[in-house]
Design a binder for this molecule. Structure first.
Ligand code: SF4
Length: 284
């Protein structure tokens, strides 16, 4: 199969989520998140394009996927990119997938998902995972220039959570950019009807570090010290020092538990803190 591929083909030691497949109608992503990890392994990443013959190929591949499989849509892109307004491939994908016994995990930062709310309701088993990094409009605009605003995302979560389970990735935690607002962000996630908060800390890759330090030059020195001098190299990424990571992740966990939300860390080697799977799949 060429469209439906195994999630985490590299079998990263820090990944603890259940086995699943990935599916995306688009190659690359137009949301332009400065911290993005996928930009380092997909060519012309920030020039997203529809995959050729996507819906025809999907019709051929989908019957080969075992019943009950988890399909995550779309991890290294977003199913509701601005391009989707024109091409409607995610919409077409839903029309096909709704007839199959599959577990669909949507991962998005876009309010455009509300266009498909009726189609999503028709699918047998759906969890929607929103990502929210801050409540501050200006900061979000700088970090994720083409994604929906925090306010729009929360409103979309609220609307969807009336029909399907919604979880929220408060992710990545970028110290100290968004770590001062942990209680407020988790509170807003709860208000919006999500069931779980999933979090992880920002990890350095050469290309995302260049973008981040250019946009936030006031933190360049601090991040160079924390990541490049004191940080830990785990796989392809440089992490914050473990004590700081643990402190931040535990703060989010405490805020989540205080609000009666489930919690998980993602790829941090801290799975003992998790109350549910790290990707929202506990709610299928
Ligand atoms: S939405 Fe996801 S894939 Fe797209 S740029 Fe942002 S982090 Fe990268």
């Amino acid at each position: 199969m060429s469209l439906i591929t195994p999630f985490d083909p590299w079998k990263g030691k820090l990944c603890t989520c259940p086995q699943k497949h990935s599916l995306s109608a688009y190659a690359g992503c137009g949301h332009g998140c400065l911290y993005c990890y996928a930009s380092s392994y997909i060519i012309k990443f920030f020039s997203p394009r529809p995959k050729k013959d996507f819906l025809d190929l999907l019709k051929k591949e989908i019957p080969k996927v075992p019943k009950g499989s988890i399909i995550t849509i779309s991890n290294s892109s977003d199913p509701y990119l601005p391009l989707e307004k024109k091409y409607k491939l995610t919409q077409g994908m839903l029309e096909i997938l709704k007839d199959y016994d599959l577990k669909l995990l949507f991962v998005t930062r876009s309010v455009l998902i509300l266009r498909d709310i009726d189609r999503i309701k028709e699918c047998r088993n759906v969890v929607v995972s929103f990502t929210l990094t801050t409540l501050k409009k200006e900061l979000a605009k700088k970090l994720e220039p083409a994604a929906s605003s925090p306010h729009q995302r929360l409103k979309a979560m609220q609307a969807l959570s009336k029909h399907v389970p919604v979880v929220c990735r408060f992710d990545p935690l970028i110290y100290p950019l968004n770590t001062e607002e942990i209680t407020e962000v988790v509170g807003a996630i709860k208000e919006a009807g999500a069931k779980q908060v999933i979090t992880s800390t920002y990890k350095v890759k050469p290309d995302n570090f260049k973008r981040m330090t250019k946009a936030f030059s006031e933190y360049k020195e601090l991040w160079e010290d924390l990541y490049l001098k004191q940080g830990e190299k785990l796989g392809q990424y440089i992490y914050l020092p473990k004590n700081l990571r643990k402190e931040l992740i535990e703060k989010v966990k405490q805020a989540a538990l205080n609000k009666g939300l489930d919690f998980s860390s993602c790829r941090e080697g801290l799975q003992e803190l998790n109350t549910k799977n790290c990707d929202g799949s506990s709610f299928f």
